[in-house]
Design a protein around this ligand. Structure first.
Ligand SMILES: Nc1ncnc2c1ncn2[C@@H]1O[C@H](COP(=O)(O)OP(=O)(O)OP(=O)(O)O)[C@@H](O)[C@H]1O
Ligand SMILES: [Mg+2]
Length: 254
């Protein structure tokens, strides 16, 4: 059965999608079968894994709102062993359309049941909000990875995220836990990032992964080619970091 893992942080631009795409690619390289579910209407994981958003007949939106079987939305991605359930901007409407749905927090959890046996990992990329979409991801998941960017306001809003996780755990999904916290876009040379690292470690203790993702322009370039870093520059610092993160994730989910 798949281990379901959500990338969440309501703060924008902290590396959720970059981590979802590249972690998936390296899990795939390690012969794990991976499904990425793009739960962000921006669709960055969809295009970053080589899927043209313009040509999609059905997406995660149809799964959640129109009862389409998730199996009928899945594509092979540009990474080996990685499939994707894509999205497009339609998903932005789901928020409103789910308002009157019974157990609207559980829609995704129920939808993934039919594919849980087909994968080793299901990775869910969330939008930068604590909306009903993110709540659905948390309700469907076994674990969460919180990407945190190495910058001055890094810890702002984290209490709210942790509170939300605890509420979901209490009311909707007893199974949920924080698998780990990953520091992203780090520049070890600066005093500030070392200070952020220390603060994050004080707050999350051994939940913090030993792997730190460095700031690396190759990671930012790969999505415009529709591929993960593994297929763009496998010798880059960014690639090595995500390979090491994948190894840690496998170890923690054994
Ligand atoms: N380690 C890195 N080094 C350099 N650039 C990075 C790195 N990680 C992410 N980026 C770039 O930073 C931007 C934000 O990253 P990303 O899209 O992964 O964040 P996000 O949390 O998914 O954003 P959003 O909240 O909008 O969904 C992107 O342009 C991405 O290419
Ligand atoms: Mg994103």
């Amino acid at each position: 059965m798949a281990y379901i893992l959500t990338l969440a942080n309501q703060k924008g631009g902290v590396g959720k999608t970059t981590t979802a795409v590249n972690l998936a690619a390296f899990l795939g390289k390690k012969k794990k079968k991976v499904l990425v579910i793009d739960l962000d209407p921006q669709g960055n994981a969809t295009s970053g894994l080589g899927i043209d958003k313009g040509q999609l007949e059905s997406t995660i939106y149809d799964v959640m709102v129109n009862d389409v079987d998730i199996k009928d939305t899945i594509w092979e991605s540009s990474s080996d062993n990685v499939s994707i359930c894509p999205t497009n901007i339609n998903l932005a409407g789901a928020e409103i359309e789910l308002v009157n749905v019974m157990s609207r927090e559980q829609v995704l959890k129920n939808a993934v049941k039919s594919v849980k046996n087909d994968y080793d990992y299901i990775l869910i990329d969330c939008p930068p909000s604590l909306s009903i979409l993110t709540i659905n991801a948390l309700t469907a998941s076994d674990g969460i990875i919180i990407p945190i960017q190495g910058e001055y306001y890094a810890l702002e809003g984290l209490t709210q995220l942790v509170d939300t996780i605890n509420i979901v755990k209490k009311k909707l999904n007893k199974n949920l836990s924080i698998l780990g916290v990953v520091l992203t876009m780090f520049d070890r040379r600066t005093q500030l990032t070392r200070q952020v690292q220390e603060e994050v470690e004080n707050y999350f203790g051994d939940k913090v992964f030993s792997t730190v993702i460095p700031r690396n322009v190759r990671l930012a370039e790969a999505p415009s080619h529709g591929v993960a870093i593994l297929n763009y520059d496998k010798h880059s610092k960014g690639a090595k970091a995500y390979e090491s993160l994948a190894a840690e994730v496998i170890k923690r989910t054994k």
